[in-house]
Every structure is written in C-alpha cells, then in structure tokens.
Design a binder for this molecule. Structure first.
Ligand SMILES: C[S@@+](CC[C@H](N)C(=O)[O-])C[C@H]1O[C@@H](n2cnc3c(N)ncnc32)[C@H](O)[C@@H]1O
Length: 298
C-alpha cells in the first residue's frame, strides 16, 4: 500500500487527530528550550517592564518573611527572584520550569542576584514532585496557559499548598486588548503562515477571557477566586531596541526568521518597524498589553 493510500484509508472519517497532553507538553518543552537563550539576554528588560506586576503577584500571594513559596513556569527567574527577596529572612522559594534550559537560566539568575534561598527545579506543573501541604503560597506568571491541562496543574498547586495558602497568577487577556502581541503577529503572518489562536491548545491567549481563568481555578477546587485585568505599557528606547528585544522574546517572530532568507528577513524587519511606527512617542516605542491577574485561596 502506498503512503498516500494508507493516509486516505486512515483518514476516511476525516476526524482531526488531537495531540495528547504529553505530546503538547513535549512541544512546549522544545519551544521554550529554544527560547531560553533569548529570554536570558532580555532578563533585565522584562524584569524592569514587569516590576509592578511582579509586586502585585507577591502582594496577592501574601508574601512576607519566613514563608515557603512555590513558583511555577519560572522561565528566566521571575517572579521567583523577587519572591525570594520578599520572604527573607527565614523563607525560601522553589522555582520550577518544564524546560531544562530555562532552569539553567533561572539558576544563573539566582546566583547573579546572590539568592541563596532560591532553589530551581525542572518540573512539569501537571505533576508536582512535592508532598501535600508543603508550601505557604504559590505564584505563576505567564505560565498556566502553556499547560495542556490547566485544571490539573492548578489542582496540583492546590494540593501542595497548606490550607489557607494563597495562589497568585497572571495570564494574558484577549487578543483585542493586546496589541503587544497582535500587531507583530499580524505582520509575521504576511510572511509565514501563523495559526489563529486556538482556545483548545496551549498558547498565549488560552486562558482569556476572565471567566475562563476563574472557571479553571474553581474547577481545581480553589475558593475566593478573584480575577482582574491589570493593563501595562511595554516601553522600548527605540525601534531598534524593539526589534532586538522581540527577536529574542517573541516565538512567532523567531520561528519566521528561522525559515526566511536574509532578503526576506530584511523585508520582514522593515514591515514590522513600519507597523510599530504609530506606537512611537518621542523616540520611544510604547505598546499596550493586558495581563489577567488572579488570586485564589486553598
Ligand atoms: C512566558 S515564560 C514565563 C516565564 C516567567 N514566569 C516570566 O514571567 O518571565 C513561560 C514558561 O512556562 C514554562 N512552561 C510551559 N509549560 C510548562 C509546564 N507544563 N510545566 C512547567 N512549566 C511550563 C516554559 O518552559 C517557560 O519557561
């Protein structure tokens, strides 16, 4: 039987084959491992831009000296590093991430900042390797929407929290409120195919709108769930800095650049900077983004 015939036979019901939770997680691991180097380069930029959000997360999680905190999807090391400063003296933070390359970056961040109360471990949030009731509080910034089974992950967080322990997290609100993502993605889509946001698979907008985030936390067993949008403005000193930062952080842009030749990359860059021109104010680029922030209690 030829390949074509075999395929036609297997697909005779025309049912799309959904990747499994493990396959989707493996894709995420690969994608984020490839992104780790760029995220390390842009640690300072993103830390500075997201300082207010980090402070909100630490406050909503009730962080004070002496607490033991779990941070999920820690990436290059925030908000785990700020949390580690907040719980000193006597407290500590366990940062976790799926990608071993991101774990290596977060460990370097902790060393650079002299945080001896911050431990970083490779771990999938769907299966936390901790006993029940181990942590006083938990945080997760821009991570839960990349998990194929967010209810299972949130239930794991609840399991490892002490009774009354707080969970504070942030995801991204709907595309229409996030020109930070959509303007760039729109231009990239003129050069390479970009799949539209799909609410059934891991992705940036997976947990918007607010009712969906609240539903996930409620289904995981959390109480006192509150969700609020906290708009922010991302700021770059010039269009050149915008290009440098986004080519490190933005997955669709990086992926496009890997497939295009040098001439097309130059055209893509010109088109991106052209699309961003309306966001330039006094030489700086300022573009809006809306995190959806939630707090909940075990
Ligand atoms: C956008 S980064 C967020 C990093 C950091 N928290 C921040 O706000 O700067 C998303 C991170 O989620 C991690 N991630 C994705 N799926 C995960 C999973 N199932 N378990 C743990 N981490 C996961 C990725 O490896 C990546 O480092």
């Amino acid at each position: 039987m030829t390949g074509a015939r075999r395929l036609a036979t297997e697909n005779y019901l025309n049912i799309p084959i959904m990747p499994t939770s493990d396959e989707l997680t493996a894709q995420q691991k690969l994608q984020w491992s490839r992104a780790a180097e760029g995220w390390e380069r842009q640690y300072e930029w993103f830390e500075g831009q997201s300082r207010d959000l980090t402070a909100w997360l630490c406050g909503a999680a009730g962080l004070v000296p002496g607490l033991q905190v779990l941070d999920l999807a820690s990436g290059s090391g925030q908000p785990a590093s700020t949390a580690a400063l907040r719980v000193r003296p006597g407290g500590g933070v366990t940062a976790t991430d799926l990608s071993p390359d991101m774990v290596a970056v977060a460990r370097r961040t902790a060393r650079r900042l002299g945080l001896d109360n911050l431990e970083v471990r490779e771990m999938d949030m769907r299966a936390l390797a901790f006993p029940d009731g181990m942590f006083d509080a938990a945080t997760c910034r821009f991570g839960l929407m990349f998990c194929p089974d967010p209810v299972r992950a949130a239930a794991e967080v609840r399991r490892v929290l002490k009774p009354g322990g707080r969970f504070a997290l942030a995801v991204w609100d709907e595309p229409a409120k996030n020109p930070f993502f959509t303007v760039l993605a729109g231009v990239v889509g003129q050069f390479v195919p970009v799949p539209p946001p799909d609410p059934t698979v891991p992705g940036v907008f997976r947990l918007a709108p607010p009712e969906e985030l609240a539903r996930v936390l409620g289904a995981a067993g959390f109480s006192e769930v509150e969700v609020e949008a906290r708009p922010m403005t991302l700021s770059y000193e010039s269009l050149d800095e915008y290009w440098r930062v986004q080519t490190d952080l933005a997955a669709p842009l990086r992926a496009a650049m890997e497939t295009l030749g040098p001439g097309e990359i130059a055209r893509l860059k010109a088109a991106v900077l052209d699309a961003m021109a309306p966001f330039v104010e006094g030489g700086r680029v300022r573009v809006g983004a809306v995190p959806l922030c939630a707090r909940a209690v075990r």
